[in-house]
Design a protein around this ligand. Structure first.
Ligand code: CP
Ligand code: NVA
Length: 332
């Protein structure tokens, strides 16, 4: 399949076939192996990429930068206040400027329509580093991590707990349903994914042999799951005022030992990170003072347990992002 993704943007997994997704995971596993063995993959000298971040980041930014440096490329990072984008210059104009100088553009920000517009006008591949709706590079890292730990992707039962109507819930539902996995959103009805996206995912599941389930019941929703996945209850860009409602509605869906004990015997715990699992963050302490919870979406016990594979996921962000850049810039 080498070469077939050349020139494509990577905006959401909706745009990719299961075969293409598998190809990207395979390519990521290959470059991961090569990095560990010290075999260079650096045929991209002379290429340059722009990283546009309208929201903060640790993993995504570092993954793009390290992957680009490994491959011999130049990188420009534009921080949330460091460009004219959206304020003094339209998305279309920004895209046409960056597209004249760079070989690829990463964008992290708000609405999915922004990254779609960038891709429409840039004339070079655009990579979605997270929008309110989707986080597709995270999906590749998660699928690679699942394959590494469980030895398979197809047939894996993944339960997502928490805010399932935002970027992570949406993306996991699409990824799982495309890859023949059994996806369950286990959360309050108020946080179920958008009905249109559920319908679309049900269609993918029909093709792949997977399934999509939405439930408010923790006992049945987590029973025998191979993967228990969660994310923060309040996402970047959301106002502080929503904390009270989230804690009220989502506390029953905290990932704790009881949940892990109800899952399959060798179940793994996953989280895209950053996570609120102790009082070692400023927001964690503020929430504790107001609401008295010292772990939010996941307890410290589960986060630090042997079942937790969160740092493998974080590392895999870099290898999978490298694969996305290689495939869309053209494999050398
Ligand atoms: N998971 C993830 O996207 O992390 P960052 O926000 O640190 O990039
Ligand atoms: N839902 C989270 C994901 C962070 C990687 C957010 O958007 O902040």
């Amino acid at each position: 399949m080498a070469g077939i993704l050349k020139g494509r943007s990577f905006l959401t997994l909706k745009d990719f076939t299961p075969k293409e997704i598998k190809y990207l995971i395979g390519l990521a596993a290959d470059v991961k192996y090569k990095k560990k063995e010290g075999i260079p993959v650096n045929h991209y000298q002379g290429k340059n990429i722009a990283l546009v971040f309208e929201k903060t980041s640790t993993r995504t930014r570092c993954s793009f930068e390290v992957a680009a440096h490994d491959m011999g490329m130049g990188v420009t990072y534009l921080d949330p206040s460091g460009s004219q984008i959206g304020r003094k210059e339209s998305i279309a104009d920004t895209a046409r400027v960056l597209g004249r100088m760079y070989d690829g553009i990463e964008y992290r920000g708000y609405g999915q329509e922004i990254v779609e517009e960038l891709a429409k006008y840039a004339g070079v591949p655009v990579w979605n580093g997270l929008t309110n709706e989707f986080h597709p590079t995270q999906m590749l890292a998660d699928l690679l991590t699942i394959q590494e730990h469980l030895g398979r992707i197809e047939g894996v039962k993944l339960t997502y707990m928490g805010d399932a109507r935002y970027n992570m819930g949406n993306s996991l539902m699409v990824a799982c349903s495309k890859m023949g996995m059994d996806f369950t959103a286990c959360t309050s009805k108020d946080y179920f994914p958008d009905a249109g996206l559920v319908e679309l995912s049900n269609g993918y599941a029909k093709e792949s042999g997977g399934s999509v389930t939405l439930t408010e019941d923790v006992e049945s929703g987590t029973k025998d799951a191979d993967v228990i996945y969660t994310d923060v209850w309040v996402s970047m860009g959301e106002p502080d005022e929503v904390w009270a409602e989230r804690i009220n509605k989502l506390s029953p869906y905290q990932v704790n030992k009881k949940v892990m004990d109800n899952a399959a015997e060798n179940a793994i715990f996953m989280h895209c990170l950053p996570a609120f699992h102790n009082l070692k963050t400023q927001i964690g302490r503020e929430v504790y003072e107001k609401f008295g919870m010292d772990g939010l979406e996941v307890t410290d016990e589960v986060f630090e347990s042997g079942q937790s594979v969160v740092f493998d996921e974080a590392e895999n962000r870099m290898h999978t992002i490298k694969a996305v850049m290689m495939a869309t810039l053209g494999e050398a």
